[in-house]
Design a protein around this ligand. Structure first.
Ligand code: FAD
Length: 288
């Protein structure tokens, strides 16, 4: 095991839809706050469908935890005026950091908004608010599923950087080489912003497989086969998932990743196990 030092972590949540979900998220956020994250980010529903949910969740996190809150904002299905209204609300709350995305339209939703791509959203945010916000954007080491080619995708990623993005968070992946190759490609294309890997802990195989299909994240055959073989044995899924994701995080941090962004799905337990594992390894390597 390499001697890795885990710093610059962040946790992503989605806006809960029920009072029970709100309570659960609050407990999760309080537990994860103890790990001194840089920030909690809160997703923005497809086509702006949880716009108020994002704002309410951000307010709740600010009120009940000492951690900075970072709302996601997407332009698909949202007008410029709506985006501006949201930006003003965030500025009033003292928010200084956003994750800016194109988003995806929910099925059956016809309109597409005034801005077509995330680079246009970043340009709009910069036009309206100058340097007020630190803006992160999305990056795709395994290529965005709608991109016509890998080459075109990286050029489109560069557009977001040129529009004023300060950093990026990746779509999750289970191939570490894809991340490091993407960093090399970025350097070749003159892109030098920090690109933080997005980490998806393995909670449940069937959901992970469905979601990975949609977002273009590859589950390597050996991982898929092992997970499939556990069937309903959730404990084995969790233990194997922990081993795989821990090893991946270890390689990423040892290889120089500037941080780790965890897709928590509003659950603390698996992420806590991962972080405890890191702490134990750090303590052991200090002692040796
Ligand atoms: P873009 O960067 O606009 O790219 C979308 C596609 O268009 C790509 O194929 C790209 O190659 C192409 N493209 C980009 N710019 C141009 C251009 N100028 N001309 C032609 N083609 C172009 N979704 C949500 O709805 N809410 C969230 O909160 C959310 N959070 C996310 C957080 C992270 C870290 C990540 C990685 C994804 C998140 N998503 C979220 C999903 C994201 O919205 C989808 O992946 C979406 O399909 C693309 O968003 P984008 O910002 O990467 O789009």
């Amino acid at each position: 095991m390499k001697k890795t030092n885990l710093t610059n972590i962040s946790f992503e949540f989605f806006p809960p839809k029920t009072p029970e979900g709100v309570n659960h998220l609050l407990q999760t956020a309080k537990i994860l706050a103890d790990y001194n994250p840089d920030y909690f980010s809160v997703t923005f529903g497809a086509g702006g469908s949880t716009r108020e949910g994002t704002l309410d969740t951000v307010k709740m996190l600010l009120k009940h935890t000492p951690v900075a809150a970072t709302p996601h904002i997407s332009c698909m299905g949202t007008s410029k005026q709506d985006i501006l209204d949201i930006l003003v609300k965030y500025q009033t709350l003292g928010i200084k950091h956003l994750v800016a995305l194109r988003g995806d339209l929910p099925s059956g939703m016809g309109m597409s908004g005034d801005l077509r791509y995330a680079n246009e959203l970043v340009t709009f945010i910069r036009e309206q608010t100058g340097d007020h916000f630190h803006i992160d954007v999305a990056a795709y080491p395994e290529i965005h599923p709608q991109a016509p080619s890998a080459q075109q995708d990286i050029l489109n990623f560069k557009r977001k950087v040129e529009a004023g993005a300060n950093g990026a968070i990746t779509q999750y992946f289970f191939n570490v080489d894809a991340y490091f190759h993407f960093l090399d490609e970025c350097t070749t294309h003159g892109i030098f912003i920090p690109i933080v890997p997005g980490i998806m802990p393995i909670y449940q195989f069937s959901k992970l497989a469905r979601f990975s299909e949609v977002c273009g994240a590859e589950i390597p055959r050996w991982i898929r086969k092992r997970l499939e073989s556990y069937g309903d044995d959730q404990e084995s899924v969790r233990l194997f998932g922990l081993e795989v994701v821990y090893h991946m995080c270890d390689q990423l941090v040892a290889g120089g990743a500037p941080g780790l962004h965890f897709y928590t799905l509003n659950q603390a337990d698996v992420v806590v196990m991962l972080l405890k594992h890191f702490k134990q390894d750090q303590a052991a390597s200090k002692a040796s």
